[in-house]
Design a protein around this ligand. Sequence first.
Ligand code: ZN
Length: 900
Amino acid sequence: MKRLLLLLPLFGMLLVRAQKLPAPKEHFGFSIGDNYHLTNYTQTEAYFRKLAVSPRMRLVDIGPTEEGRRQWMCIVSDPENLARLERYKEIAQLLARAAVPEAEARALASEGKAVVWIDGGLHATETVSPHQLIESVWQFVSREDAETRRILRDAIILFVHVNPDGHELVGNWYMRNPVPEKRSYRNLPRQYQKYVGHDNNRDFFMMNMKESQNISRQQYVEWCPQIIYNHHQTGPAGSVLAGPPYRDPFNFVYDPLLVTSLDAVGAAMNNRLNAEGKPGYTQRAGSVFSTWWNGGLRTTPYFHNSIGILTEIIGDPAPSKVPLVPSRLVPNWATPNPVTPQDWTFRRSIDYSVSLNYAVLDYAVRHKDQLLFNIWRMGRNSIEAGSRDNWSLTPRLIDSVSNAWKQDLRARNEVPRGDTVPARYYDQVFRDPTLRDARGYIIPSDQADWPTATKLVNALLYSGVKVHRATRSFTVNGKSYPEGSFVVFTAQAYRPHVRDMFEPQDHPNDFQYPGGPPVPPYDAAGWTPAFTMGIRFDRIPDAFDGPFEALPYGALQAAAGGIAGKGGTGFLLRSDVNHSYTVVNELLRSGVEVHRISTGRGDAPAGSFFVPAKARPQLEKLARANGVRALAVSGRPAQLQKIRPLRIALFENYGGSEPSGWARWILEQYGFPAARIYANDIDRGNLSERFDLILFVTGTVPAPGSRSTAGGPRPDDIPQEFHAMLGRFTADSSMPALRRFLEDGGSIAAIGSATQLAYHLKLPVHNALTELVNGEERALPAEKFYIPGSILEAVADTTTPAAWGMPRRPYVLFARSPVFMLSADAVATGSLRPLLWFDNSRTLRSGWAWGQSYLKDAVAAFEARVGKGKLFAFGPEILFRGQAQGTYRLLFNQLYKTGE
Ligand SMILES: [Zn+2]
């Protein structure tokens, strides 16, 4: 018996040895990094399955992709750790949520393992990224050197494929050419994420896409890694890669320990490459990547006290060259070890990437206890800040300190000398109770668009935020709230993320030099989802409590819909609820008669939908499914307008784009079927026989004067099946057909830069952002007017059907958006009608706006009569990335035909 027991473990080892792990070449037929060779996802998935027999690896399915593939996470660690995986996960969660006192945190930090996320493939044409993932998984399950074993002993590595669909598309597209030297991944016929392509890296706070949901659940609900390493391409010209730390500004809501930890990991990465004789790492001012924005795979971690790492590396499957960029050759703090011009191969980029993964993991295991304790420390700091009166150091508050001082000096006719200000000015601001950080936010359940408010709550839940729900009605600061309202306290570890979701982003005024041009933020400057979603919430600066139950982490909520009221004539669906439109679209599809009411009433604003009583069974089912509350009424409302669905077309260029993909996804989500059309479809004419409305999004219409939008590939370079997408929108060939379409009674909705259609149509509108210089009109320079992605408050004409269901003062997403002056005569005759405008000089609500006063009295959106048809022009991004849900209705209203 004793002998047998001793033999068993040996026998187990022999079994494992017998199943020899295949090197990539044995499986794929080529080595990772071979010139002109890319894998696809099907092959990669099969390879991961083969490697999963290793005792060092567990293969975990983290959910479906938008195209229906399975998304895999390879958990790689020492077999002993894998046997205790649930315990290590629990420790990671307890520390990230700072759910234990300090002494216990220290003990858990010692017991636990470093959890490090390393991914690949997010942007599928960045081909180094999925391939370094494959190579790294292989090396970590097969290498026997001391360092690898040391890393596996103290780290749990989560190797995650973050875009399976894109990998399949790009791999197959590249390899379709049998001649290796002629292979190219360019001219893809569609986006490398089913809908939104590159914007799959802008979705990690809104969680619209399935991949974002899968990934966030692992990152913030399940595993809470201390380090998240997200691989990208390409490095700035003349470098090999850009990595951490990044340029200013970083976001002011982060814990300082997070910022310095990013510095420490960056130093370890840079250091290792230098020790291995691998030059070309650039950091800080050496690249454009900042640490400001939320929603990226590596930036959302910062808002969760997790060290997000981004590298952008060069490398193409075809041999390439590091170009000569003299300005990069003088060693400095940005690039301590410049790379000199030379030939480059794909394999070298793979080797660099594997070294970088080793550097991050080596750092993680050498500083394991500290890394685990520090995420607890940051979480605890957050809980403490959310439990007391707290004032954050932000540009807005610090400016008000300086301004108060300067104002007093002016009153005394003195001039400021030096930078030092008497300390009492600090106290004036940083002890002012009206300027305190919030203790929490209340989302009342009696707001009209409750389904959309519930979406925000679900986005928070996917992100690991702790949310409470009121079990009965309650009162805070004299205001009462109904049962079912949601409460989000800031006294929690993920406080930076909570604040970011509800508070304005206070982007600093960032200029190249005083009076000079702005330094563009890497992505948006402001995005506050609670604003763009148009929901109602209260910010509570005082400590408060109530009959609240904590929802389990990650437990998604459903808005309760159904029928309320007792009337017997029919039902009203409010026009200010996005999913009313979904319900209506389904009803119309099943042949139910639906009307809109043109005059608002107490329980339903103008434009609300009336559904006759006999449709009750269908309506009840749909209202439940969509979380919409229908109101049973007695008496048929006056002024009913019967509606019918329109035949909708969405214009795209070859291969699609992020904005058109978002539009397509949103139309699908809300039940508006739309055909995709291309330049050739327009140029062929007879549009009104096929469509009632055509939607043009940003980037699809050339500027007046330029002949066409950027063209697609040559027909010879792509398979026949994609030729229908070729062609270019040009003023000469496309505008006559579009004008004819409008004159025949068609509608066009244009968003963002597509509003240039108004100029092509020679409507009496004018760019509002110009100035006269020596008698010549020119666009305002960025030194005078500059608003990158930010949230502004506009005014809406809610009396007109185009803006039904909108609040009087909606928040709009403005991203270098066009604004207009309308001819007064045309407005007087009714051929032009403003829908949105700015009525004052201080419209910024979140982000960064320089020269806002230029917007005063400018028109942001209008409708224009053209023949029997209409153009609806929306300057702001009313669909922005599936985030601007508070302005979706500005499009939805145009998607029905009214009357007979
Ligand atoms: Zn990328």
